[in-house]
Design a protein around this ligand. Structure first.
Ligand code: UDP
Length: 239
């Protein structure tokens, strides 16, 4: 029997760093191709996928890189960096046979179309991947917050936070071999244990909206598919 996905519509948050692979910055070709292949696989299962892409591989306004700069200016640079990543991601998806549309929270209409919610919903219903660029469009926010916001707006059933580690652990698994992975946690447990799932704004928004978050590794082959199938992969944070 063909198994049906556990989720109809998901919001995938990819950090800019996820595109770097083992490089020090920028976009690693093999890495982006591999990641896109994972996304293509789940769209092939009929799952509607929206992506929020970060920009940390190119520019981070919040910390580093921007020392001494006006914060808002640095943040706008960070948002523009996400647009570059979004274009690369959409290009890789289109080459792998999935139609992707980039929608930007900041107007740059010669490059990408602006974010218009009904249009995003239409694209998703048509089976297109929608890539949300430029975060929330506001300085002092992050793309994690954009993921929570857009996830809530489009009625995603789940926010998928792709990280290097395959879930949330009791301690840093790179440092502590005794660390164990939480299979599931409530928002309150995550808060009490001070587990940094997403930044505070993003976390609060998901918690208020009862929008579950699953932390998983995008570098683990097949992990995205297992998440979509509702299998025990990564860590689920729920209300
Ligand atoms: N940014 C912003 N507002 C947003 C989203 C992002 O100002 O709504 C800026 C911020 O400077 C941030 C940078 O864009 O440092 C890149 O985003 P983020 O750090 O979230 O990327 P990631 O860590 O996921 O690669």
């Amino acid at each position: 029997a063909t198994a049906t996905p556990a989720h109809k519509r998901i919001l995938l948050k990819l950090s800019g760093e996820a595109l770097m692979g083992d490089d020090a910055f920028g976009i690693n070709r093999a890495t982006i191709e591999r990641m896109v292949a994972e996304v293509v696989e789940v769209t092939g299962m009929g799952v509607e996928v929206a992506v929020v892409i970060g920009g940390g591989n190119i520019f981070r306004g919040v910390a580093g890189g921007s020392v001494g700069m006006d914060r808002a200016t640095a943040d706008y640079m960070g948002m523009l960096a996400t647009v570059m990543n979004a274009l690369a991601l959409a290009d890789a998806m289109n080459r792998q046979g999935v139609t992707a549309r980039v929608m930007s929270a900041i107007d740059i209409q010669q490059v990408v179309e602006p974010y218009v919610r009904p249009k995003a919903l239409q694209y998703l219903e048509e089976g297109k991947v929608v890539i949300f660029a430029a975060g929330t469009g506001n300085p002092f926010f992050t793309t994690d917050t954009a993921a929570a916001l857009r996830g809530a707006e489009i009625g995603a059933e789940l926010v998928l936070k792709a990280t290097k580690v395959d879930g949330v652990y009791t301690a840093d698994p790179y440092k502590d071999p005794a660390a164990t992975r939480y299979a599931r946690l409530t928002f309150d447990e995550a808060m009490v244990r001070n587990l940094g799932i997403m930044d505070a704004t993003a976390f609060a928004l998901c918690r208020d909206q009862k929008l579950p978050i699953r932390v998983f590794s995008i570098n683990k082959p097949g992990a995205l598919k297992r998440v979509v199938m509702g299998e025990d992969e990564g860590t689920l944070v729920y209300a």
